[in-house]
Design a protein around this ligand. Sequence first.
Ligand code: FES
Ligand code: FES
Length: 177
Amino acid sequence: MNEQAAPVGGEPQMRRRVELVVNGQRRSAEIENRLLLVHFLRETLGLTGTHVGCDTTSCGACTVRLQGTPVKSCTMFAVQADGLAVTTVEGLAQGGKLNPVQEGFKEEHGLQCGFCTPGMMLVSAALLEENPNPTEEEIRFAISGNICRCTGYQNIVKAVQWAAQKTQSEQAATTVA
Ligand code: FES
Ligand code: FES
């Protein structure tokens, strides 16, 4: 038999330095390899707008954008995002101006407790960048990986429609000017 004794103090902790661009800022830290991206964002960087609802890839409360694509940050390690760009809900507003999706959620009462809201807004913003004029069905499909236990989804859909209209009218005004 060739058994190795466990190291004194249990498993050795594998650590690594990572560098990510989070909400446009370069952030670097030495972390355990096993640290999930959601815990890196919340506990290492203090960005607590990213929520943890299930830890099993079901609820979408932990959604962030990785290189622009919505991902569930409870389902990947922070080291997998090394060298990549992450956007959290804290990065949605730009230059002191709310993202149209944030305005839409406010105008159409797209939230109640707000727990799902950061993830909902991030997937909605990604949808509108790809498809500026989505149908209701397309909106419902885009948010289908995100669970809301409060609203019944109707006002979330309206919020995304509001944001789509606002963006289009702003773009039309810019074109005319
Ligand atoms: S906490 Fe990540 S999907 Fe629920
Ligand atoms: S507003 Fe409460 S979970 Fe969506």
